[in-house]
Design a protein around this ligand. Structure first.
Ligand code: SF4
Ligand code: SF4
Length: 248
């Protein structure tokens, strides 16, 4: 991913100041922001204890400092790649002497990146389109055959080790409903409809529209079909009850 603001050699057009301000305002006005940032000593304790900082060019101290000093260009740059390195373990929040939560701030920045449809968000969320499709169609998420190197590049080469034995292990689990490779279980229609309502009411679908419109169209079609199936099922139940009442 390329840097587009702070890199003087970038050939991409600079991001307008208004856009940077709009993004920062969305971060700043997030309802959790004031609970996650109280100040910053720049002491580096968060980075010293951060597992992601050991493996990536990433530092929670740096992210907190960018927000604390309101460095709009650098905040935008960090949203192109760095914020996606966080593992959301919240070790930083447990250790910060100021009671900040760098992990929580990063979560706010991620939400904002999705809201603004930043390319980094689209790229990072790509593998999860299969997971989302699975949840929407069956009510649960990963099946072993979905854990592949291509879909989860960020897991590194060890993903192959997870994939191989799981194929065998899943078949060996002595619970009949877990034998299939396609889904662990299928939830009932009512549960699926409730899940769709939660997604609609909490703005998940609006966020999805920002990062993957094709996927949104696909899952909207599935939701409509399942809702129609549910209505049919309710009508059948009602009919049955009426017949039984007449028979009494
Ligand atoms: S966020 Fe907390 S732990 Fe991290 S540098 Fe600032 S004061 Fe130190
Ligand atoms: S929540 Fe993120 S930033 Fe904080 S310690 Fe964990 S990986 Fe590091």
């Amino acid at each position: 991913m390329s840097v587009t603001v702070g890199d003087p050699l970038s050939t991409k057009p600079p991001v307008p100041r208004e856009k940077l301000e709009e993004i920062f305002t969305d971060i700043r006005e997030h309802p959790l922001f004031d609970h996650e940032l109280y100040g910053c000593l720049n002491c580096g304790i968060c980075t010293a204890t951060c597992p992601a900082a050991h493996y990536y060019d990433f530092s929670p101290r740096e992210i907190v400092q960018l927000l604390w000093t309101e460095n709009l260009e650098a905040i935008y740059d960090a949203m192109q790649e760095k914020i996606w390195a966080c593992a959301q373990c919240y070790t930083c929040a447990a250790r910060c002497p100021f009671h900040n939560s760098p992990g929580g701030l990063i979560m706010i920045m991620r939400e904002t990146a999705i809201k603004h449809g930043l390319p980094s968000a689209q790229e990072v969320l790509k593998p999860f389109s299969r997971v989302l499709m699975k949840v929407i169609s069956t009510g649960n998420q990963l099946a072993p055959n979905m854990i592949t190197r291509e879909s989860f590049a960020d897991w590194g080469p060890n993903v192959v080790k997870v994939n191989a034995p799981l194929n065998i292990l899943r078949k060996a689990i002595p619970v009949p409903t877990l034998h299939t490779m396609d889904t662990a279980w299928e939830v009932n229609l009512k549960t699926s409809i409730e899940l769709y309502t939660i997604w609609e009411e909490t703005g998940v679908l609006e966020q999805l529209a920002q990062v993957d419109e094709n996927l949104l169209n696909l899952i909207t079609d599935i939701m409509d079909e399942k809702r129609a199936d549910y209505e049919d099922w309710l009508a059948e139940q009602k009919e049955q009850e009426e017949e039984e009442a007449e028979g009494d």
